[in-house]
Design a protein around this ligand. Sequence first.
Ligand code: ADP
Ligand code: MG
Length: 362
Amino acid sequence: MTGQPLAAVSFQGVTRRYGSVCAVSDVTLDISSGEFFALLGSSGSGKTTLLMLLAGFDTPTEGRVLMSGTSVSDTPPHRRRIGVVFQNYALFPHMSAAENVAYPLRMRGVARAEREARVNAALGLVNLADRWSSYPSQLSGGQQQRVALARALVFGPDLLLMDEPLGALDRRLRDQMQQELKRIQGELGITVIYVTHDQSEAMAMANRIGIMAGGRLLQVDDPETIYAAPSNHFVARFLGECSILRVTATDGGRGYEIAGVRQPLPSPATAPFDIVVRPETVSVRPGPEVVSDGAFGVPATIRDVTYLGAGWRVTLELSDGQSLLASIMRGDDGAGHLAPGKPVIARWAPASVAVLPAEGSP
Ligand code: ADP
Ligand code: MG
C-alpha cells in the first residue's frame, strides 16, 4: 500500500494570461491513465489554451503541467509521447495519406521497414488501409480526419489530445466517428483528452467531463453525476434542459415548499437553496380536481406545447408564477391533455431533484 499511481496528466494550479485576458484560471485536475476525458465549454472558455499547455506548445503563467510526474515544459517536443488532432485536419497537401502518417516516424528516425509496418497498421486501425496512396484533396472530410488520427497514433503515444476533431463533419458522420473513436481508444487503451463544445458528444464519449467557463474548471465528474447533481446554476443550465425553481426550505432543510405544496429532499440541504428539475422527471395530470389524495402536486397552467415526434416539450406556469419545463412522451399519462391554457397538476419524483445554493445568496 504505497500511495496512488502517478496521474497520466496533472494540472497543478495552472493559469495562462495573455496580457489582461485570463484564458485559463487556476486549473487543478488529475487524469488517470486510460481515461476518456472530455473538456466541455462554450467558445472562448479556455479549452484550447489548456490543451496547448498540456501539449507543451505553450507554457503556463503560473502552475505546472505534469505527464506521469514529469513537467511537460522540461521535456523536448520529440520526447513527448503525445498525439494531437485538430479540427482542421492540418494534413500536408503534397503528401499521400501514407506519407502523412509516416511523417512523425521520419521525425523520430524510425527505419523504413518498421515505418511501413506501422503506417499500414495505423491506416488499418482507422479503416483506410486501401487509401494509402490518396492525396488529401482526393479524400472526404471524414477520411482526412481519419488520416490525421492515424498520424497522431502512429508513433504509439501515451496520450491523445483532440481539439473539436469532428466539428467540421455532418451529424451522421460525426455519430459514426464518435463510435469509432471509442472503439480505437478501447483497442489501444490510450488516455484521451477530448475538447468539445457539444454536450451530447461529451456525454456520449467520455468517462469524465470537465466543464469550463471563463477559463475556470467549474465541475469535474462522470456524465451521470454532472447531469443529476450539477454543482451550480451554470453547469445545470449548460448540460441539458432543466428548470431551476425558487423554493422555501422546510424542516431545517430536509424538505421544501413550493406554491404552497411540500416535498421532502433526497438528502438535507443548507438553506437558502434552489432546486433543479429535469423535464423528463416531470409528469402532468389533468387538474386541479385530483390533487385531493395528499400526494405532492403543484397546480399549474400549460403555456406552450411543442411537438417533437417522440413526445412533447411542454412549458408550464406554476401557480406561484414560476416556469417549469416538462418532457412528455407518447403514451405517458396526461399525454392526451396537452393544450395551452389547460389547468394541470405537475409532479416530479422527490429523488430526482438536485439542490443548488440559491442564486444571489452569499
Ligand atoms: P476555447 O478553445 O474554449 O474556445 P481558447 O482557449 O481558444 O478558448 O481561448 C480562451 C480565451 O483566451 C479567449 O478569450 C481567447 O480570446 C483568449 N486567447 C486565446 N489565445 C490567445 C492569444 N494567443 N492571445 C490573446 N488571447 C488569447
Ligand atoms: Mg478552441
